[in-house]
Ligand binder design. Sequence first.
Ligand SMILES: [Mg+2]
Length: 349
Amino acid sequence: MKITSLKAVYPNYRHVAPSWRTHLWQIVVRVESDSAAVGFGYGGGGKASVEVVNGHMRDLLVGRDLDDASDIFSAWDALYRESIPYGRRGIGVMALSGIDLALWDLLAKAERVPVHALIGPRSKRRIRSYATGVDAEWYAEMGFTANKFPHRATGSPSDFETAEQSAARAREVMGADALLMIDTYMSWDSDTTVEMARRLAPCDIYWFEDVLTPDDLEGQAALRPQVKPTLIAGGEHEFTHVGFAEAARAGAMDLWQPDITWCGGITAGLRILDIARESRIPVAPHRGGEVWGLHLIAASDCMDFAEVLPGLRGAPRDDLWIGEPFPERGYIEPSDEPGFGVTLNEDLL
Ligand SMILES: [Mg+2]
């Protein structure tokens, strides 16, 4: 088939503050072809990224052939190359991610198979999921056996106490066997991280996420032996196989978390997995419980561990994608419907 049109839109999210960068800056990408199938993807970068798709990448993609997965790889390479002056990382690649996912969706729908079947043989059926957020009681009630909670350091000595309290509470609510992780969103520094590892040792934290900024690869590498057995995790702000190859060379992290809707889509995800396999680094995609990461997890050697963001009990949500799977008793699986198995809620456009 031939690609006939490409369009990105920034949804009218209702339950978020009105800003170009809210709701994780997610955009919707729609791709049409001369077949009946229409592909939808989810990218990052907000309104700026919409401009990149509609103002530049569309002209490069329309008219290209799409007959098998290798055509997606060549389209990816062409768009990446043409966007090098402003891309490589950040918004250019977040835009490319949305296009890439729309192409995987389109090809799978044209072949009437789920995306995971295009990626490869199913390596996992039910995938263990973990709940990110602060409502541990609710997550435990729903059957989750793993919880990642946030901790933002403020630079005050009370940071250690607030982390200890949150960890002790999560351990009590989730139970002795649960996996607990902490996301610091780049708010700790090296000294804080080492001291946290010492103080939180009784709480048995599985990983510390994004303790430093992604630019400080050496700093993260130096922390790994100092916080063992807790892992240094990160990668949601890293992009493409090029970025992860650098992280591998620096030995920066014990565990990688590429965001499939930001790092370059499934195409980049597969290339990142090639590097991870060589370097023996486990990969657990950021927001891996959303269909974009979930199909990759189900048909690759990603970890058997998918992130879900249930939010708070009873809080209103924007359901942009209809048909998204939700974990049952802590396990989630992608559907076998064609493509990613979700439809767009047009009310939010
Ligand atoms: Mg994070």
